[in-house]
Design a protein around this ligand. Sequence first.
Ligand code: ADP
Length: 265
Amino acid sequence: NSDIMLELRLMQYGVDQVLFLARDISKIHRLEEMRRDFVANVSHELKTPLTVVRGYVEMVQSTEHALDPYWQKVFDTMETQVSRMDRLVEQLLVLSRVEIHMDEEEKHLVDMPKLLKALIDDAQWLNQDKGHTITHEIDPTLALEGLDNELKSACSNLISNAIGYTPAGGNIHISWVKDGNKAKFSVKDDGPGIRPEHVNRLTERFFRVDKSRSRDTGGSGLGLAIVKHVLNHHHAELAINSRWGQGSEFIIYFEPKCIRSLSVA
Ligand code: ADP
């Protein structure tokens, strides 16, 4: 337990100091736990009323009688805002799940080539209107020992960010390959890039470089916080290479101990 480790390490500085710090840390842990539970409960409770409101909006939108332009606009706006809130609640639930993550959760063999191909197919299908060129290179033998839901969530967040922040007609390259003794997942785009002073803050909860632009793309500011937590459970690290005005590359490096091999026929 990290409290005890810290307490032992601090023993050399005197008993009073150790007791004070140990108590303080357990209080911080308790508060942090309460915050996580609170967010998880609120998000969960919001789901039902949201589903009801969405149902009514969809019902009105699908009536045979055309609405007059004023009411059409009102209901279109309601639909957009309800969808945004839905996505936000969904992301909050995913974040609470990965934050609360239990170590005893069973890791298993994750067929990354299959998981990534499905994500890329979905991305291509759902974003045809943006006219992006999405290319990929996937090592068919490279798998991981991990949690498939979490890995899917991390990879799909990086892919949807590249698609969302790159202006129409951009180029996105996704790769899953060996790099030395590590496995490397990379999403590279030729979008706007990120200023150096913002790069270190990207994985903070609710941090968005440009709030209004992020809102337009349906962003919540939680995607990269989710990625960070997932990587903490998977012996992996995030690297961000980006230059303002020259695109970005988000890379996940997985340590050799979680790499597995698939045999391909
Ligand atoms: P969001 O839901 O707002 O996309 P994220 O945590 O996924 O939240 O990303 C945080 C911020 O990082 C975004 O609001 C955006 O400003 C920036 N960002 C993430 N990916 C990219 C990218 N590929 N290109 C440019 N900016 C990006």
